[in-house]
Design a protein around this ligand. Sequence first.
Ligand SMILES: Cc1cc2nc3c(=O)[nH]c(=O)nc-3n(C[C@H](O)[C@H](O)[C@H](O)COP(=O)(O)OP(=O)(O)OC[C@H]3O[C@@H](n4cnc5c(N)ncnc54)[C@H](O)[C@@H]3O)c2cc1C
Length: 343
Amino acid sequence: MARVTLVPTGEEFPVGEGEDILTAALHHGVNLQYGCRHGNCSSCKHWLLEGDVDDSAASVYAIPRDEREDGAILLCCTFAKSDLVIEIDQHGGVETLPPMTPPSPRRATVLGLRSLTPGLVELRVALDEPLSFRAGQYAEFTLDGGERRSYSLLSPPSSGSELTFCVKRVPNGVFSAVLDGLELGSELHLEAPFGTMFLRESGRPVIAVGIGSGIAPLLSMLSDAADQNCEVPIRFYYGARSSGDLVYVEELAELATRLKDFQFIPCLSQGTAEALPPNGRTGRVTRAIAEDIRDASLYDAYLCGAPEMCDAVGRLLEAKGLPGARIHADKFYPAVESAPVSA
Ligand SMILES: Cc1cc2nc3c(=O)[nH]c(=O)nc-3n(C[C@H](O)[C@H](O)[C@H](O)COP(=O)(O)OP(=O)(O)OC[C@H]3O[C@@H](n4cnc5c(N)ncnc54)[C@H](O)[C@@H]3O)c2cc1C
């Protein structure tokens, strides 16, 4: 058993054999910035000051070579070979995270499956024990072959031990295949809560942006904001191809009656001006944001879904004056890299 010491915080925790450093930290209640836990997003990049590690599981593309030579490691795919001292880089020291519940395993029984669109499925489960989480966090389903797949909780913390997920079907996807075999009463195993997506209590107005299944963490955050009588202005840009791909429209309409200052702006990339829903726009979310927001410096932003969308919106908002530290992105990286496209 090795020990890890973090500087400058002085926090210490043990790391078990075969356990990556991030998982050990989370299980011991140590809060760190991280994202996908599969070595793809690089959010858990920190700096090894002392000790030996095995970081061969990290993709060579995850960290630039010069940073790797300077001691940069991804905690989610690095294993301790001795006691370690690690300098944590909380994104330039800008954000101290509030206490988060350490993740723990649960058994989940399927309560419902509903096709939302040809590509999106709603999965409802009941847990064997209640779960404490922050709206916006995610769960990891553990599958029989040992694979882990991440899905954001769509339901708010007030929903108790009944959780809802919005799952995108992926061709040849391991979890997508599991989903096809589920029926009412089927049992799943998951661990939760994970992630650092949650509504910061800054009092600043919010820009929330999601596409496709990226609505899941945002709907949880919006429902929780309504439960907490949150009064800050919230603009929610949701991207879909056409009005048939818009999901949870009734739930959003109900939230609009409970939130003090809420605008839902559906953006239809293949929509026509004649067939738009109320407040709807044609084009991608980036176009609507570019048109609507002149000065983004007043806002906090929450971006959820495809990494390319999060990156594009993040760049746009930064160009409009929003400091990067106030742009919180939950990038839905696949657990496995895409197979090369054949010519
Ligand atoms: C923090 C976090 C939260 C997430 N929350 C959600 C959520 O709420 N809902 C949701 O649907 N997804 C979510 N995801 C993404 C989801 O975990 C992955 O898409 C997952 O890998 C899909 O599992 P699978 O077993 O069906 O496919 P896999 O077996 O992982 O992948 C099969 C093939 O499909 C490709 N692939 C996988 N996912 C995608 C994708 N989304 N788009 C295009 N190609 C893909 C893979 O690269 C691979 O080639 C989240 C991811 C993260 C990191």
